[in-house]
Design a binder for this molecule. Structure first.
Ligand SMILES: [Zn+2]
Length: 632
């Protein structure tokens, strides 16, 4: 719950925004503002609250109190080659968590972590975890066998760690990317010039190393440099904060280096109508993280080709590389780099493809930022589907353990307490969702979730709060209750989840006509006041999704509204209930499912004792999922 800091925080952020706006008008590149702006989340309840609290009460403290976040900086070179990424990721997720909970113990932990991190910055701006002989240009380029980078296959990890123990060689760009991201997120809520200065000094060192006529950034990271160019987003964030042209220039130099590398060339490949499988060997997490950079760069330059790059890649991922559970899938094939790289459709097999947790988190970030830019419901639908299904499956209900990978069909998701990239990325996905529950778009109050939650309203909407009640997504209904302070005339819009249609809407018990706007939100305009209740009833659509795969195989999977359905299994069953039905169309196949009278989100497959339940409920220490069923 909010503490008294909230008011001061709002004032501080408003002052900062005003300062930025004033400065921005003097720049030649005025930053394109997002259409949709978040309102403050006061509280989450139901499944949403349960899952976000699992991280806030457990893993958040488990990793903070382990010393793992800061040790690599304070006692260089730490114990793991990529130890440096975790603190920046933690600062991002934990800052957003504090913004909801107002937990003073967490605030102190955030302040301490930032202070201790900055205290380890060297006079030349260096803020990483490596010994001097292993920093930046002292490290060989990616083709040198001593070079260690971010994405060694799990099978190779022991060999890599052995090499690390002997050489202590590493890779600073990745650490700097997350340091700048985490510190600037913290600083956005708690303005502090020292934090900005630390980021500027890091960026200046990067410019000295990789700027004009210096080393080619793309030669200092794996997968043809696509891991290193993830730096783009952090540099553009620093430009947004400082409006110093040299950072925007460096950002465009990163793009130029990327485009000059024929094996990377993300923007050129997308603009030429190519596939995400090719640039940087299709390394999925890093490719999407590059897109985050292009999206910010579009906002800072207005250059449409950057936005076009993002939307073309988004369409390719959405059409060809997404599971029904919202997870962007990958698989090692002869034409790509490792199991974390995008592969073509004909590589699909539900027991062989994987979803890296970092891919879920980055897909959520990409969709959330596209949603903020456009206000288009289709993007946040994807954020929500990935959260409800694959992110929750990655998260163990003990609050500590996370999966690195999930597979749609597997006997047991590989939960574990180890600190890895995904265990630090996935909480960022949880918190990104939680910080976008409702917002404003122009003069419209935009309710973006039907999860039970409480949202703080601004004066424009009468002050006070709105409370969303119900048991979404397990029930296809919700109510929005106004606890406002003043009567106000305005438009309320709300988003219907993916694969759902509106059944009825009442306001204070009276049936009401609604309209759906061009962004996909349902609109209601009236004079709103305290005590008003909007009741929303939806119909979830049962969908059957065809998926083609390796060796001409065909598969079917089912969703019900935003929920992916799966059979809970402990051993992969031999029984194939849809075998040899590949000549049927999806509408015929879905008639073979009957809704269980016992539960709103459970189906049985006719003529069998197979139940399909929400995918996220299938994973445990003893069980896993069968999401895709063979058709041929
Ligand atoms: Zn990961």
């Amino acid at each position: 719950m909010k503490k008294s800091f909230t008011f001061l925080l709002i004032i501080a952020v408003m002052m900062q925004l005003t300062a930025c706006k004033n400065a921005a008008t003097e720049q030649k590149n005025e930053i394109i503002q997002n259409k949709w702006q978040s309102l403050e989340t006061v509280d989450e309840d139901g499944l949403l609250g349960e899952r976000v609290d699992l991280w806030r009460n457990n893993r958040l403290w488990n990793i903070a109190e382990s010393g793992y976040l800061i040790d690599g900086f304070e006692k260089r070179p730490g114990t793991h080659p990529w130890q440096g990424e975790h603190l920046g990721k933690w600062l991002h997720a934990a800052t957003l968590a504090y913004n909801v909970t107002g937990d003073e113990k967490l605030k102190k932990e955030l302040d301490d972590m930032v202070e201790r991190l900055i205290a380890t910055q060297l006079p030349n701006g260096y803020l990483g975890t490596y010994p001097e002989e292993a920093r930046f240009m002292n490290v060989m380029n990616a083709s040198d066998p001593k070079f260690l980078a971010d994405d060694i296959e799990p099978d190779e990890k022991n060999a890599a760690l052995e090499a690390w123990n002997q050489q202590k060689y590493g890779w600073d760009t990745w650490t700097f990317r997350y340091n700048i991201y985490g510190l600037l997120t913290y600083e956005k809520y708690f303005p502090n010039d020292e934090v900005v200065d630390a980021c500027k000094r890091m960026a200046d060192l990067l410019i000295q190393t990789y700027g004009t006529e210096k080393a080619d950034l793309t030669e200092y990271g794996t997968r043809n440099g696509i891991s290193s160019t993830t730096l783009l987003e952090s540099i553009v964030m620093l430009y947004e904060r400082t409006l110093d042209q040299k950072y925007l220039d460096f950002a465009e130099e990163i793009v130029a280096m990327s485009e000059n590398n024929p094996s990377l060339r993300l923007m050129g490949t997308m603009l030429d109508g190519g596939s995400v499988v090719h640039p940087g060997e299709g390394k999925a997490y890093q490719l999407m993280a590059n897109l985050l950079g292009y999206l910010r760069l579009y906002r800072c330059t207005g250059n449409e080709k950057y936005l076009k790059t993002v939307t073309l890649a988004w369409e390719d991922i959405y059409d060809n590389h997404l599971l029904v559970n919202g997870g962007p899938w990958s698989r090692k094939m002869p034409y790509n780099g490792n199991p974390e790289c995008f592969a073509f459709r004909d590589a699909f097999h539900p027991e062989k493809v994987k979803v890296e947790g970092c891919c879920d988190a980055t897909w959520i970030q990409l969709n959330t930022h596209m949603f903020e830019l456009t206000g288009d419901a289709k993007y946040f639908n994807e954020t929500e589907v990935t959260l409800i299904n694959d992110v929750y499956q990655h998260q163990h209900t003990d609050g500590i353990q996370w999966c690195y990978f999930t597979k749609p069909n597997e006997e047991r998701p590989p939960y574990g307490p180890r600190y890895h990239c995904c265990g630090s990325s996935l909480p960022r996905g949880l918190e990104m969702y939680s910080s976008h529950l409702a917002g404003d778009i122009g003069d419209i109050l935009s309710v973006n979730t039907l999860f039970p939650s409480t949202i703080q309203l601004t004066e424009n909407f009468g002050g006070g709060t709105i409370n969303i009640e119900g048991d979404f997504p397990l029930e296809s209904s919700a109510t929005i209750k106004f606890e406002t302070e003043n009567k106000k005339n305005f438009t309320l819009e709300f988003r219907i989840p993916a694969n759902s249609s509106l059944s009825s809407v009442t306001v204070n018990g009276e049936s009401t006509k609604t309209e759906t706007n061009e962004r996909g939100f349902v609109e209601l305009t009236r004079k709103w006041q305290k005590g008003d209740v909007v009741s929303i009833d939806m119909d979830y659509t049962l969908e059957a999704h065809l998926q083609s795969g390796e060796d001409g195989s065909k598969w079917i999977a089912f969703t019900y509204g935003p929920i992916a359905l799966a059979q809970k299994i402990s051993n992969m069953p031999a029984e194939e209930p849809f075998k040899n039905l590949d000549s049927l169309v999806p509408t015929e196949i879905k008639r073979m499912l009957t809704k269980s009278p016992a539960s709103e989100t459970e189906f049985t497959i006719n003529g069998t004792d197979i139940s399909l339940i929400p995918y996220y409920q299938t994973g445990s220490d003893e069980s896993g999922s069968r999401t895709y069923f063979k058709l041929n």
